[in-house]
Structures are given as structure tokens and as C-alpha cells.
Design a protein around this ligand. Structure first.
Ligand code: SAM
Length: 215
């Protein structure tokens, strides 16, 4: 995503009722934020947030949190959010690697990773959202039967993830190298990047993973 500093972004985010400003204080208490005990699902790196807002509209019985680390990008999501009538979604401006500071063990049911930055250089492998470092973070906040759903157009990142995720102690429950022409396409909700890449004829890869060792 092309980043440009937007004047006043931090101020607008600080004043937004759609952003959780003190996420560390909600750790273990997210049901109070939503006012119910519906399952919580998170998109890490939501960008402009179309995917997670579409999910929230389609599933009012699920609570959604969109995580985006850049305020200039989050601001775009907030502009879209203002146009929608949704009561089951909030946003957090945080780095995903700190999620364990904001969520208690077992507090999250599902994590979506959509078109994550590929970080192709070996020396940057730890920054990939499917690296062992991040899988450990997800492990610490997901329910025992919680799942990760990962979509990307980047074949290299996908092949890396097919190895890194099992190496971190997870099972790949399903995967495809061409989502839109597979039986995993049913109910698929498109992200902004997915719409762009699919329109260029690029195949979309998807995998679903859960922990191998469940208590
Ligand atoms: N998920 C959206 C989609 O599919 O249209 C946006 C994809 S965009 C390529 C990746 C987004 O993830 C960027 O907005 C980036 O800032 C965000 N991101 C990357 N690493 C992150 C991290 N560690 N924590 C939070 N956000 C992150």
C-alpha cells in the first residue's frame, strides 16, 4: 500500500468513535466493548477495511476488529466506516506483533491475513505475517480451535507459508493456488487488493490453518 502522510490523521483517529484508543485496557474484556459474548474475529493489516466491513455487515452475530498499523491508511478505513451502519466492528491502530498485549489467551476465534506484505528478502523473513514470530503471537490469543485464514497473490510468500505454518506447530486444513476457481471460493469475501489482482487475471492463493496440538 502506497503510504503518504496525511495531515491531521492522528487527530482524526484520536477523535474517532470507531477506534479503540486504549486496547491494552480491554485485554480480557472485549465482550464489554461489544456488549455481548459473540465470537471475535480479527483482520491483521486491513488496509482500507472493505473486507472486514463486508464481513461485519454479513455476520451481525460475530464481532470484528480491524488492525492497521499506519494512521494514514486507517484514516481511509474510517472514512468508509462512516458511510456504513455497523454495530459489530472497531478498529485498532497497532502493530500486529504486539497483539498479545491487547488480547487474553483464547479471546479470539479467527484471524484473517489478507495480501500481507511479502517481505521477499531473507533478512526480512521475520516481518512476514506468517513467520514463526507471528504464529506464536496468534497462538497466544486464539481459542484452542481457532483458525487462521490467509490469502495472497504472492506465490513465493504462499509457498513459504505452507512450510512456516506447519513448522510452527499448525495444521494446514485446506489450501488452493487458485481460490476463485476452487471449491474454497464459496462465500469468499473479496478484499481491495484481491479485487485488483483478480481483475489483472492473477490467481489468488488461500490457506486455512489451525493448531496441530489442541488441549
Ligand atoms: N488486507 C487489505 C487488502 O487485502 O486489501 C490490505 C492489504 S495491504 C498490502 C497490507 C496492509 O497490512 C497494509 O495496510 C499494512 O500497513 C498492513 N500491515 C502490514 N504489517 C502489519 C502489522 N505488522 N501490523 C498491522 N498492520 C500491518
Amino acid at each position: 500500500m502506497r503510504l503518504r502522510h496525511i495531515k491531521g490523521a492522528e487527530q482524526q483517529i484520536a477523535e474517532s468513535p470507531f477506534v479503540i484508543h486504549d486496547p491494552e485496557e480491554q485485554k480480557g474484556h472485549w465482550r464489554d466493548v461489544f456488549g455481548n459474548d459473540h465470537p471475535i474475529e480479527i483482520e491483521v493489516g486491513m488496509g482500507k477495511g472493505k473486507f472486514i466491513m463486508d464481513l461485519a455487515a454479513a455476520h451481525p452475530d460475530v464481532n470484528y476488529l480491524g488492525i492497521e498499523r499506519y494512521s494514514s491508511v486507517l484514516l481511509r478505513a474510517l472514512q468508509k466506516r462512516a458511510e456504513r451502519d455497523l454495530s459489530n466492528i472497531f478498529f485498532l491502530c497497532i502493530d500486529a506483533k504486539e497483539m498479545a498485549d491487547y488480547f487474553a489467551p483464547g479471546e479470539v476465534s479467527r484471524i484473517y491475513l489478507n495480501f500481507s506484505d511479502p517481505w521477499p528478502k531473507d533478512r526480512h523473513a521475520k516481518r512476514r505475517l506468517t513467520s514463526p514470530v507471528f504464529m506464536e503471537v496468534y497462538d497466544s490469543i486464539l481459542k484452542p480451535d481457532g483458525v487462521i485464514e490467509f490469502k495472497t497473490d504472492n506465490r513465493g510468500l504462499f509457498e513459504y507459508s505452507l512450510e512456516s505454518i506447519p513448522a510452527a506447530g499448525w495444521d494446514i486444513l485446506a489450501h488452493t493456488f487458485d481460490l476463485h476457481r476452487s471449491d474454497m471460493a464459496e462465500g469468499n469475501v473479496m478484499t481491495e487488493y484481491e479485487t485488483k489482482f483478480a481483475s489483472e487475471g492473477k490467481p489468488i492463493c488461500k490457506l486455512v490453518a489451525s493448531r496441530s496440538r489442541q488441549p
